[in-house]
Design a protein around this ligand. Structure first.
Ligand code: CP
Ligand code: NVA
Length: 304
């Protein structure tokens, strides 16, 4: 009987000590003092993309190579997964070839099914519900610019989507206050909020962006139409989300040292103005870079 693989599925499924360990390891990877000497030499990692990606695709691919491993990129159109082979069978087969599997998919259930049937670690590269790798990079970016995140205030202004859900998980696991400003009808999932409440998290859901951002250390937003959202619903979403756009006026309500984060891709003139995302408080390029370092740490932890 072999040990269960160390999956990186969602922040709510991982212990705070493990997440802190991974985060510190990510900082060492960035500093060049961890992940050297090809620790993944002779290991292969499958990267399954059921949705488009630029950052996740390239940062995992390059990160695996930097660790001495081999990435194997799989697109549904070119695999039997795209023709209806089950996730369970795919998991069983891939486990015979590769040492870990990263998946970007639609339903969270597919991620969980993959993890259930894989005998190698599975990493969540985004689902409709969450985006935990991004949060590791985001918390790392916060700490590199503002110091320890514990007890600090992060304000989310926008759609209560997969990124919002992972911010809620992160707030509980890394012990910071999270204020979410979302329109009625686009609030984060009730079960995620209920989990945070049961865990004693400091989370509030407001309907006023200015109120949420007041005195915050960090302001975050994301696209108004996520991958998988109904494109025909775009106009309604835009109308609902317009009051939550991150503008210079909104940023001025945060602390003077506050940083702006966005997982990208961004839409200037929609969820954020060009003046903010291209302005002095924006840390989005560091944030994108930190995907590479944080994910190398995730791989090292999963494959340790
Ligand atoms: N932030 C992020 O996950 O970007 P990609 O969709 O380009 O991977
Ligand atoms: N909420 C966005 C994040 C993209 C990285 C989406 O799911 O499309």
């Amino acid at each position: 009987m072999t040990d269960a693989p160390r999956h990186f599925l969602d922040l709510d499924r991982l212990a705070p000590e493990d997440l802190r360990h991974i985060l510190e390891l990510g900082k060492l990877c960035k500093a060049g003092t961890a992940g050297r000497d090809r620790p993944l030499d002779g290991q292969a990692v499958a990267l399954i993309f059921e949705k488009p990606s630029t950052r996740t695709r390239v940062s995992f691919d390059v990160g695996i190579r930097q660790l001495g491993g081999e990435p194997v990129v799989m697109e549904p159109a070119g695999t039997q997964l795209g023709r209806g082979e089950t996730v369970a069978d795919t998991a069983r087969v891939l486990s015979r070839y590769v040492d870990a599997i990263m998946i970007r998919t639609t339903k969270e259930e597919k991620l969980l099914e993959l993890a259930e049937y894989a005998s190698v670690p599975v990493i969540n590269g985004l689902t409709d519900r969450t985006h935990p790798c991004q949060l590791m990079a985001d918390v790392m970016t916060f700490e590199e610019h503002l110091g320890p995140i514990g007890g600090r205030v992060v304000a989310w202004s926008g759609d209560g989507n997969n990124m919002a859900a992972s911010w809620i998980h992160a707030a509980v696991r890394f012990d910071f206050e999270l204020r979410l400003a979302c329109p009625e009808g686009l609030a984060p999932p009730a079960e995620v909020l209920a989990w945070a409440k049961a865990e004693g998290g400091s989370i509030s859901v407001l309907h006023d962006a200015a109120q949420a951002v007041e005195g915050a250390d960090c302001v975050v937003t994301d696209t108004w139409v996520s991958m998988g959202d109904d494109e025909n619903d775009k106009q309604r979403r835009h109308a609902l989300l317009q009051p939550f756009a991150v503008t210079e006026e909104l940023m001025a309500r945060a602390k003077s040292h506050a940083i702006f984060l966005h997982c990208l891709p961004a839409h200037r003139g929609e969820e954020v103005t060009a003046a903010v995302i291209d302005g002095p408080q924006s840390r989005v390029w560091d944030e994108a870079e930190n995907r590479l370092h944080a994910q190398k740490a995730i791989l090292l932890w999963c494959l340790a």
